[in-house]
Design a protein around this ligand. Structure first.
Ligand code: SIN
Length: 524
C-alpha cells in the first residue's frame, strides 16, 4: 500500500458507533476505510469493556418513561429532540442490528424471555446484558462481520494525527475562503513508521472518550480524547465538556489494577457500606438510595471518605445476594476480584469513584453531522445532547448504535453528490523531526495531566483548584507543543498532544461554568 489512501468514507475508531456506521454503509456497497490506533480491533476499546448492558424496553415501559428517566439523570439539561430519537428508535435499532443482523445473544430468563435488569436511576428493568460482559458479546459479533466484509478496509495500528481541510491543507490558496470542511486525515502507520494521506468524501469520528486524562478511570489506554482534540483544532463546535461522569464503583486496592464494578451489581441489590459495614446511601438519597444517579452516588462516596478519613468505601454483595446469584450474574467481576484476593461472596469489595464518561463532546445534529462540512461524529466523542449534565446508565451503547445508524443513513443519501477530494491538491505530510521523543518525558507529562485533572478538575471543583489546573495545563501545553513540533511522531506523542488539548477543554469549560449541575459540581 502506498502512502495515499483514497476511500469513500473514512471511519476513525471501531467501538459500537463507528462499527455500526461502517457496517451499514458497507452493506450498501460503499467503500469504507476503518482505522484504529490499537494493534488489534478489541484493544483500547470502550465498547469491548462495557459490562452493564444496553437499554432495550421494559415490560410496561414506554418511550416517554425512558425519556423521563434520561432527563432526571441528566439534571433536565438533555436535548429533548435527541432523547426522543433515542427512546423511539432505540428498541428497533437493537432488534434490527444487534439481534437480527448480528445475532448477538443476550441473556434470557429460565422461561426463554429476554432477561431485563435495572440500573441506577432507571424506573424499570429495561436493560439487556450478556452476563457482565455485554460489550464483549456485542463487539465480537461486529468483529466477525467487519473482518471479512468485502467493502471494509480495516487498518489497525493507524493513529490519526490531524484531520485535513481544504482551507488548511490545500495547495490552492483560494480554498481558504470556502466554508470549513473536512476531506480526510493524515494518519501515522505505526507498523511502517510513515504518514499516510487518507482522502475521503465523508469522515466519521468515532474515537470514544477521554477518561485517560484522569488519574483514576474505567476507560482503556486509548481513551485520550483524540477526536475531540482534532475537531477542536479544526474549528469544530464543541459543547458540555465540563460534564465528566464519574462512575461510583471501581475496584480499589493499592498497587492493584483498578476495574469497573458494574452498576448492575447495585441493580441486583448490593449496597454501598462504610468501613463498619453500615449502608449510607439512604442518608443522601432516601428515595433512590444505592440506585441514585451516578453523580449523587459518587459524591456521597466522596463525602463518606472525607468524613471518615477513608481511602475507599465498600460494596456489600454477600448480605444481599446468594453466592450462586453472585457467580452466575457476575462471573467476570468475581474472577477479577478473586485475582486480587477479594471474594465477593464472602468479602465486601473495596471501591472508589473514577472518571467514566464524557457527557459533552463534538456538537452534532440529529444525523451525527458536526459543524464542519463532511465531518460526522458518533458515540462518546460526540455531543448529541442525550446525556445533558449526567448520563443515565446503559445509554451509551444505545446512543452509539442509534447515531451510528443515523450517520450511515445520512452519508449514504448524500455520498453521490459529494465531490471526491483530488490527491493532487494536497501535499504529503512533512515530518516534523527525526529525533525520537524521550519516552520518560512523554510518560511524565501524561502523568502530570492525569494528576492535575484528578486533583483539581475532579468530582468536587472549586475556583482555586480550577484556576490552578488551568495555569499548570497551559504551561504543559507549551512544553508538549514544542515537543510535538520538533520530534518524530509516534502514537504516544500524538496521544499526549491530544490529551493536553482535551484537558484544557475540560478545565476551561469547568472554570467558566460557575453553576453546579449534574456531574459538574462546584463548592466555590
Ligand atoms: C456499568 O456497568 O456500570 C457501566 C455501564 C454504563 O456506563 O452505562
Amino acid at each position: 500500500m502506498d502512502s495515499l489512501i483514497e476511500t469513500e468514507v473514512l471511519v476513525i475508531g471501531c467501538g459500537i458507533a463507528g462499527a455500526t456506521t461502517a457496517l451499514l454503509l458497507a452493506n450498501q456497497g460503499v467503500d469504507v476505510t476503518l482505522v484504529t490506533h490499537a494493534a488489534a480491533l478489541q484493544d483500547r476499546n470502550n465498547t469491548y469493556l462495557a459490562q452493564g448492558g444496553i437499554v432495550y424496553q421494559g415490560v410496561a415501559d414506554s418511550p416517554q418513561q425512558f425519556e423521563d428517566d434520561i432527563l432526571r439523570a441528566g439534571a433536565q439539561m438533555c436535548h429533548p429532540r435527541a432523547i426522543q430519537i433515542l427512546a423511539e428508535e432505540g428498541p428497533s435499532a437493537v432488534r434490527e442490528i444487534l439481534m437480527d443482523e448480528l445475532r448477538v445473544s443476550f441473556d434470557k430468563t429460565r422461561h426463554g424471555n429476554l432477561s431485563l435488569v435495572r440500573e441506577g436511576s432507571h424506573s424499570v428493568a429495561r436493560i439487556l446484558h450478556g452476563q457482565d460482559a455485554t460489550g464483549r458479546v456485542i463487539f465480537k459479533a461486529y468483529q466477525e462481520v467487519l473482518l471479512k466484509h468485502p467493502h471494509i478496509q480495516l487498518l489497525t495500528g493507524y493513529t490519526v494525527i490531524d484531520l485535513m481541510s481544504p482551507s488548511h491543507h490545500s495547495k490552492n490558496i483560494q480554498e481558504r475562503y470556502r466554508t470549513q470542511s473536512c476531506v480526510g486525515a493524515y494518519v501515522l502507520d505505526q507498523n511502517k513508521d510513515r504518514v499516510v494521506t487518507c482522502l475521503a468524501k465523508k469522515i466519521v469520528l468515532a474515537t470514544g472518550g477521554l477518561g485517560q486524562i484522569f488519574l483514576r478511570t474505567t476507560n482503556p489506554v486509548g481513551a485520550r480524547g483524540d477526536g475531540l482534540a482534532m475537531a477542536y483544532r479544526m474549528g469544530g463546535r464543541i459543547m458540555n465538556n465540563e460534564f465528566i461522569q464519574f462512575h461510583p464503583t471501581t475496584f480499589f486496592k493499592k498497587g492493584a489494577p483498578s476495574f469497573l464494578i458494574s452498576e448492575a451489581v447495585r441493580g441486583a441489590g448490593a449496597k454501598l457500606v462504610d468501613a463498619d459495614g453500615v449502608p449510607f446511601m439512604k442518608k443522601y438519597d432516601p428515595t433512590w438510595q444505592d440506585l441514585a444517579s451516578r453523580d449523587v452516588v459518587s459524591r456521597s462516596i466522596y463525602q463518606e471518605m472525607l468524613m471518615q478519613d477513608l481511602s475507599h468505601v465498600y460494596l456489600d454483595l454477600r448480605s444481599y445476594l446468594s453466592a450462586n446469584e453472585i457467580s452466575e450474574k457476575f462471573p467476570n467481576m468475581v474472577r477479577a476480584c478473586l485475582e486480587q484476593g477479594v471474594d465477593p461472596a464472602c468479602d465486601w469489595i473495596p471501591v472508589v469513584p473514577a472518571a467514566h464518561y464524557a457527557c459533552g463532546g463534538v456538537w452534532v445534529d440529529d444525523w451525527g453531522k458536526t459543524s464542519i462540512e463532511h465531518l460526522y461524529a458518533v458515540g462518546e466523542v460526540s455531543c448529541t445532547g442525550v446525556h445533558g449534565a449526567n448520563r443515565l446508565a446503559s445509554t451509551s451503547l444505545l446512543e452509539g448504535l442509534v447515531w451510528g445508524r443515523r450517520a450511515a443513513q445520512h452519508i449514504a443519501e448524500h455520498l453521490k453528490v459529494t465531490q471526491k477530494p483530488q490527491a493532487a491538491d494536497y501535499p504529503a505530510w512533512q515530518n516534523t523531526g527525526e529525533r525520537h521523543a524521550d519516552p520518560v518525558l512523554v510518560k511524565q507529562d501524561f502523568d502530570l495531566i492525569r494528576n492535575i485533572m484528578w486533583n483539581y478538575v475532579g468530582l468536587i471543583r472549586t475556583t482555586d483548584r480550577l484556576e490552578r489546573a488551568y495555569r499548570e495545563l497551559k504551561y504543559l501545553e507549551f512544553e508538549i507543543e514544542r515537543f510535538y513540533q520538533t520530534m518524530r511522531l509516534n502514537d504516544d506523542l500524538i496521544g499526549l498532544r491530544n490529551a493536553i488539548g482535551v484537558a484544557l477543554i475540560v478545565a476551561t469549560a469547568a472554570r467558566r461554568n460557575k453553576t453546579s449541575l449534574g456531574c459538574h459540581f462546584r463548592i466555590s
